[in-house]
Design a protein around this ligand. Structure first.
Ligand SMILES: NC(=O)c1ccc[n+]([C@@H]2O[C@H](COP(=O)([O-])OP(=O)(O)OC[C@H]3O[C@@H](n4cnc5c(N)ncnc54)[C@H](O)[C@@H]3O)[C@@H](O)[C@H]2O)c1
Length: 298
């Protein structure tokens, strides 16, 4: 995909990976709607992006609100006439804690931002991408936490990033050829993610102080966000599904696969006639019928 002259919307674009993606896209000649719950940060990134000679707007957006994301889509189409790239990047991390003592409020918050936020983006943008017939991209920022379990203590975050991988993997099979879906799966990146709770909306318990030690740690060992962004832009152009950045994370994916492979070998090895339980061709047939709304799953 030739990015030059196209337009993109990046949620969580006011800081960290989102900001780096915005600036990398601008340097490729992409017009930008920088969306963030921190409207001033979004505006500042838009101003910086304009330095690359593109049109850029900052839009105060709360991705947990469907109305807010729909208004973002309207603002982007009004500013650019068309949009070809959506990056569902806004995300939050809860304070590290074992799952058994993690609060219900944190569950609601993490899933509202990380998962419902992306779904709000998918609903607001994907039908327009499909209708446009133009080459388009949907990028969901997940994490190495989508590939397995990098560490304990981040259970809600891990679960939310698994959900994003699932959403992305289904979405890519539901959209026409001209819409490509990517899932960005970085390991640790230097960013302000550790301060997420300082921006927690009132509906989810309001602002709370963030652990300084986590910030020092992220800055110390995190990959620079512009390195992640520069790599991601190349893969977005190519339309790759998995966008991976941290080589060690292959071990996380491999550990899961090795364990699963062992479980199947021991408990349910392939046998004659077992394909009769395969839902995929049945669901494909059902979904091809225009009025089909039935659910299915296992
Ligand atoms: N930093 C890492 O180590 C790392 C690793 C893998 C994946 N990620 C993911 O990358 C994405 C970006 O995170 P980051 O590390 O750049 O963190 P960050 O905190 O620097 O940036 C996240 C941005 O999202 C915004 N945001 C938070 N809630 C929002 C909401 N409700 N609506 C709109 N915007 C909202 C914040 O204001 C912030 O500007 C997240 O999805 C995160 O989970 C981060």
């Amino acid at each position: 995909m030739d990015l030059n002259g196209s337009s993109a919307v990046v949620t969580g674009g006011g800081n960290g990976i989102g900001k780096a993606l915005c600036l990398a896209l601008a340097s490729e000649g992409v017009n930008l709607a920088v969306a963030d719950i921190d409207g001033a940060a979004a505006q500042a990134v838009a101003e910086e992006a304009k330095g690359a000679g593109v049109v850029a707007i900052g839009v105060a957006t709360d991705v947990t609100s469907e109305d807010s994301v729909n208004a973002l889509a309207d603002a982007a189409w009004e500013a650019f006439g068309t949009v070809a790239i959506l990056v569902n990047n806004a995300g939050v991390m809860h304070p590290t804690a074992p799952l058994a003592t993690t609060s219900a409020a944190d569950f609601d918050w993490v899933f509202a931002v990380n998962v419902r936020g992306a779904m709000n983006g998918i609903r607001a943008f994907v039908p327009r991408f499909i209708a446009s017939g133009q080459e388009s991209r949907v990028v969901n920022t997940a994490s190495e936490h989508a590939l397995g379990v990098p560490h304990i203590g981040g259970g809600l975050y891990t679960a939310s990033k698994h959900a994003l991988l699932g959403l992305s993997d289904v979405l890519r099979r539901e959209v026409p050829e001209h819409v490509k879906v990517s899932v960005l799966c970085p390991g640790i990146v230097a960013s302000t993610l550790w301060r997420a709770s300082e921006r927690r909306q009132a509906d989810f318990g309001g602002a709370a102080s963030a652990p300084e030690a986590a910030g020092a740690f992220m800055d110390q060992i995190g990959m620079p966000a512009d390195e992640v962004a520069a790599h991601a832009i190349k893969r977005i152009k190519a339309g790759d599904f998995h966008i991976v950045t941290h080589p060690h994370a292959v071990g996380i994916a491999r550990a899961r696969w090795d364990e699963l492979k062992g479980a199947f070998a021991a408990q349910a090895p392939r046998r004659e006639g077992d394909a009769k339980y395969d839902l995929e061709p049945i669901m494909r047939q059902l979904m091809a019928q225009p009025t089909t709304q039935q659910g299915g799953g296992s």
